[in-house]
Design a protein around this ligand. Structure first.
Ligand SMILES: Cc1ncc(COP(=O)(O)O)c(C=O)c1O
Length: 464
């Protein structure tokens, strides 16, 4: 009890207010701590002092156990393109659940969803479904290794491709350990990384065409694939510049290296994903999130000759199993969701994203606090720095400079009924209109006013 009191006393006033505002979530978090390490069942959705426990969702709103209505700009990390409980998706799922959720046999809705994706994404001739984006990037890497008979993989510094070691190498480019920009070190994120993974993963500086070209050419004999997210999501939605992607395309092609676009997040940006916007065709594309209509999903697709690596009749095939791959329930949800998410809906959401970025930038300027919003289309990220962001090193600098103010801003926004990812990533869903965008902009202005006195004493460098 005494130590409890001490914790409460040393707590930041904004944390204390959050606790008082969400007593039921606080209680449930204590219960959760008994059965989950740290009180949560995935690290990415956790934030301090504890996350809100959600009771239900409807459209673009969530309702927590304390009865708050919260505008959901998180959308389960960009996956719920139609928000919660879309009637057409619910209907498709309900009908499918009655007749079976998974068959371990082909079903018609698998073919229909695959046909829809193949028709929209220009670089995809064939695809495989799986159960997560993590599995999609893993299978893409195995495909590239089998096809090229080479082992090494190149990924971007700060890039995230799922929850396994290779996909996380140098996810957090810690300034003391990351090395020179020209030749970044392959850094583990935690103690689970085998040395072999670090040795087999080359880290490429993001948005540096000449450096990337040089690294690919130097490693051409052993390099199976380059994997890149056209919009660096985990480091705060930093779009790739076109010349960088073009250089990757040209250099990989010349050197017999497979180019993998991880469009797990960015597919939502147009019918054909970010690759359509940039006008670049990768060899393989990884997808996930929106194509499952809110249920767990992943997919890897690409050129027919590469995808034949997975053909079960191929004597040298890569064995791709996975119990829930292409399960009928996910396929039903995905087909309904993707049919509704037309290219013109993607454009409408992108315009709302532009409006949100502009509004956030203005709110920051008016508050006299350094910051700006990055992203592309319906994907938006707030940064508490006014320096333009070119790569993950810039993003790290911004985060380190802002200290804990970003975390407090997230809590202030939540208490005004606006939820983003704790790293201040916002994404738009189809139930949203200009009304919801304006609500978020107003919440930011108010949150910045509330934070200003703390910034003055705790982080004065953030004031303009
Ligand atoms: C770019 C990217 N790739 C892959 C993944 C992994 O997808 P999943 O969480 O479905 O395994 C994510 C997840 O956020 C992601 O953002």
């Amino acid at each position: 009890m005494a130590s409890d009191k001490k914790t409460m006393q040393s707590e930041h006033p904004i944390d204390a207010r959050y606790r008082a505002w969400s007593p039921e979530s606080s209680q449930l978090s204590k219960r959760a701590c008994e059965v989950f390490p740290g009180g949560d069942t995935r690290a990415s959705a956790h934030y301090a002092p504890y996350p809100l426990t959600i009771q239900r969702g409807e459209g673009c709103y969530l309702y927590d156990v304390d009865g708050h209505q919260i505008l959901d700009f998180m959308n389960n990390f960009t996956s719920l393109i139609h928000g919660h409980g879309n009637a057409r998706v619910v209907d498709a799922v309900s009908k499918q659940a009655v007749i079976g959720t998974a068959y371990a046999a082909p079903s018609q809705n698998q073919i229909e969803l695959a046909e829809l994706i193949v028709a929209r994404v220009g670089s995809i001739d064939q695809l495989r479904f799986c159960s997560s984006g993590t599995e999609a990037t893993l299978m893409a890497i195995r495909c590239a290794r089998a096809f090229t008979a080479k082992q090494k993989i190149m990924k971007m510094e700060g890039g995230y491709h799922g929850s396994y070691e290779l996909a996380e190498v140098s996810l957090i480019p810690v300034p003391e350990f990351r090395g020179e920009l020209e030749r970044p070190n392959s850094l583990p994120v935690d103690g689970s990384f085998p040395d072999s993974v670090l040795q087999d993963t080359i880290v490429c500086p993001y948005n540096e065409p000449e450096l990337a070209k040089q690294l690919i050419e130097e490693n051409a004999d052993t390099l199976a694939a380059v994997i890149i997210e056209p919009l660096l999501g985990s480091m705060g939605m930093i779009p790739a510049n076109k010349r960088f992607l073009e250089t990757l395309r040209e250099t990989t092609e010349k050197n017999g290296v497979v180019l993998i676009f991880d469009e797990v997040i960015s597919l939502r940006l147009s019918g054909g994903g970010a690759q359509e916007i940039y006008g670049i065709k990768p060899d393989l594309t990884c997808m996930g999130k929106i194509i499952g209509g809110g249920l767990p999903v992943g997919s890897v697709g690409g050129k027919r000759e590469l995808m034949q690596v997975f053909n079960p009749t191929n004597p040298e095939r890569v064995f791709h199993a996975s119990t829930f791959s292409g399960n009928a329930l996910t396929m039903a949800a995905g087909l309904a969701a993707m049919t509704l998410y037309t290219p013109s809906e993607a454009e409408r959401l992108n315009r709302l994203g532009d409006m949100l970025r502009r509004g956030f930038d203005q709110a920051l300027q008016q508050s006299g606090i350094r910051g700006h919003a990055t992203g592309l289309g319906s994907l938006v990220n707030l940064h508490l720095t006014d320096k333009p962001l070119h790569d993950s090193r810039d993003a790290m600098e911004g985060m380190l400079g802002a200290g804990h103010i970003g975390r407090l801003l997230h809590l202030c926004m939540l208490q005004r009924g606006v939820m983003s990812a704790s790293r201040l990533m916002y994404c738009i869903s189809t139930p949203m209109t200009e009304t919801e965008i304006n609500i978020a902009i107003t919440a930011l202005s108010e949150s910045l006013s509330e934070l200003r006195p703390y910034i003055e004493t705790e982080r004065p460098g953030l004031l303009i």
